[in-house]
Design a binder for this molecule. Structure first.
Ligand code: SF4
Length: 414
């Protein structure tokens, strides 16, 4: 590998990290450096995020330790057979970069992943060393998210959880068949074994903290995973089902969906085209329906057409159009669970409806103030001055309320 300066390495290894979708920093515990002790904080303005030109959310110091890898996963630009420029940081270089960026207020934390070099254990040791040094040598109190290597020694993975706020272990593909075909060196059982081990350690850590306040925190922001969408034949229904199993079995904080990006010199087993980014968005919306709106995975899957979520309307509207017998819902009387099923009403709008209706009967205008599109809500609700009568059952309802696609103007004035 040619000798590169720090800036050249940063350019390569920050670019290589953009394929990782999981960059949210929510849910960790409070840690500050108020009073002049330590460096960094998990509070305040939160992690800085940037959006890559292709729409991906990336935090500023989101890097790989190295983009060299001894594995050859077909979908990955960093795979052994890929013809990309390689670079590698030392653990201390990452530590110094994090501290320097932090002190200049460029970042609020570190997201660190890596290709596998030498062996899974060696790589994991390097990742852990970065987190250890930041915490122990520099008293860094900012957010740390480490991607772990499922094949590494469980002791090392455990150590990672003692230093990091969040740990993630990628399942990579929604189905076992997809994993075997596209990442033959990865082992689905080992990945799930590592996730199960992490879940137990997180739960043990919470129990220990309940008994002894001085017990060390263990991955206080929990664990997450990522699935690549559109690289194999898995349909949205398969992905939704798999995500709900992962949430249930491993108590994940988040499942991230990353639309497959075609890569240079791609393997012939990969599709030629990327899936629409809207597909990734619809999967996030379906994830939200399960986590915050009380939908079961079976209900979300029932909103699909031949296993795929529609791209032109959101999954909640797709479900409502298929199950019209559940509507209209009386805004002034329905319980929270039913209100949450109304297309166009988010959790905040439902909360405001529930608190406002204690004092007065709500009218259509009141609901209109809580939603972006009253046209989308009207067919599904009853208020004191509105009844949809036959509108809910109209054959052409979908075309009446689906959002119209509009081309954004490049030079529009605000
Ligand atoms: S192990 Fe990770 S970095 Fe290496 S080829 Fe597979 S996905 Fe890419």
């Amino acid at each position: 590998m040619a000798q590169l300066d720090l800036q050249a390495k940063l350019a390569i290894l920050a670019d290589a990290a953009k394929y990782d979708a999981s960059c949210a920093s929510s849910g960790t515990s409070k840690r500050t450096s108020k009073g002049g002790k330590g460096v960094g904080s998990t509070e305040g303005m939160g992690i800085c995020h940037a959006y890559a030109p292709d729409g991906r959310c990336i935090s500023l110091l989101k890097i790989l330790l190295t983009n060299s890898c001894i594995f050859d996963c077909h979908f990955c630009i960093n795979r052994k057979s890929s013809n990309v420029r390689r670079a590698r940081f030392t653990a201390q270089e990452v530590v110094q970069l994090t501290l320097n960026f932090y002190k200049r207020n460029y970042i609020e934390g570190l997201f660190l992943s890596s290709g596998i070099i030498k062996s899974s254990n060696y790589t994991m040791e390097q990742l852990v060393e970065v987190a250890r040094s930041l915490r122990e040598d520099h008293d860094f109190r900012g957010y740390i998210h480490l991607k772990t290597i499922p094949d590494a020694d469980p002791e090392l993975v455990h150590l990672a959880g003692l230093y990091a706020d969040r740990i993630s272990i990628n399942v990579e593909l929604p189905t076992r068949e997809g994993l075997t075909r596209l990442a033959p060196e990865k082992d689905g059982d080992r990945i799930e074994g590592a996730m199960a081990g992490m879940k137990s350690s997180i739960e043990d850590g919470v129990d220990a903290r309940r008994k002894y306040r001085s017990a060390p925190k263990f991955a206080p922001a929990g664990q997450s995973t990522q699935m690549i969408v559109g690289a194999d034949a898995a349909k949205d229904g398969d992905i939704v089902t798999r995500a709900s199993q992962l949430y249930g079995r491993f108590r994940l904080r988040r499942v991230y969906y990353s639309a497959f990006s075609p890569i240079p010199d791609a393997s012939a087993v990969l599709p030629l085209n990327r899936p629409p980014l809207m597909r990734e968005h619809r999967l996030y919306q379906s994830d939200w329906l399960m986590r915050f709106y009380g939908f079961t995975p079976t209900e979300v899957v029932s909103a699909t057409d031949d296993g795929m979520l529609p791209l032109d309307i959101d999954p909640k509207l797709a479900w409502a159009l298929k199950f019209r017998e559940s509507f209209p819902v009386d805004i002034n009387r329905a319980p929270r669970e039913q209100l949450l099923r109304v297309p166009g009403l988010g959790t905040k709008a439902v909360k405001r409806i529930l608190s406002s209706r204690r004092w007065r009967k709500l009218r259509l205008d009141d609901v209109a103030r809580l939603t972006v599109s009253v046209a989308k809500v009207r067919p599904f609700i009853v208020t004191v001055d509105w009844r949809p009568t036959l509108l809910t059952d109209r054959q052409d309802l979908r075309s009446l309320i689906k959002p119209t696609a509009s081309q954004l103007e490049l030079f529009a004035t605000a």
